[in-house]
Design a protein around this ligand. Sequence first.
Ligand code: TXA
Ligand code: MG
Length: 315
Amino acid sequence: MKNIYSNIYTFNKKTLKKTIKYLIHNNIVGLPTETVYGLAGNAYSIKAVKKIFRLKSRPKRNPLIVHYKNMEIAERDVIFNENFFKLYRKLCPGPITFILNKKDGSKISALATANLNTVAIRFPSHKVVRSILKFLNFPLAMPSANLSSGLSPTNAFDVYEEFKKKLKIIINGGNSRIGIESTVVDLTNEPKILRPGIISSSDIRKILNSKLSKKRSNIKSPGMLKKHYSPGIPVVIGKKPKSISHAYIVFGKNFKDLKNYFNLSKKADLKEAASNLYKIMRKIKKKGYKKIYVSSIPNYGPGIAINDRLLRASK
Ligand code: TXA
Ligand code: MG
């Protein structure tokens, strides 16, 4: 039988070498990170960045996150500040993205930042992407590896489902531990969360020892389109389905084990729920359900990020 997944590779010395060569030639690969899988390409190459936008059908006004091995390398492209240093020291490498001002002379392709004078930078902790970054003399532009406005993939097979053989290399790095995208925090002014994630605003507030801005940001985060994270079928929040042909996403122990019930976390653990969210929505879609209902999810800590994604999925 032909192996349909022939573009999914296990990570070893040989596939590392192949991936590096491929990236150096401005091609795009699917890579695991601790949050979700990404579509990676040379952030300094307009050719590579164009390919990323084309593959995802992503609107050109929506900038990409640029991924680095460490702070020393990122310093070529962005202007650091005190808040950045504090958060970097405590949280990196890890699931957080910082918006900083771009440095004059930065080689990041203007297309990657949608012509903004700010850059989103992240230091992923997943060992696969870290070992790849070690061998490159450029950072990786890497949006989530899904078609624009869909659900982010949390394993190599989800990436395959999105792009099939349009990607020549997808590295299998297991299930993404966190399962939702990184927290995005704007540090160009008063710190402000642009996209909630597993690192919560209270975590950030404690580290910075200051309040976060609630003002509407004057910097554009064009990626925060209202309709986003869509499983491709309607999502209704806070209601129970009336028919067993509709799926019900629930949270906690007070729910029966019915066939159309999908529990994000039986033990009511919000981190576990976040890591199951996209996986479960993809499963529901695959099983052929036509609609998803969602019971209420507590709105604190990682629950804020879960509710943010569900709300956008319901638009
Ligand atoms: O966890 C993650 O962050 C994943 C993994 C692969 O690293 N990446 C990811 O990328 O989620 P993407 O492209 O799906 O989301 C990037 C978000 C978008 O909402 C985008 O608008 C925002 O970051 N962003 C990027 N550059 C920005 C900038 N200069 N100013 C404001 N927002 C920016
Ligand atoms: Mg995305």
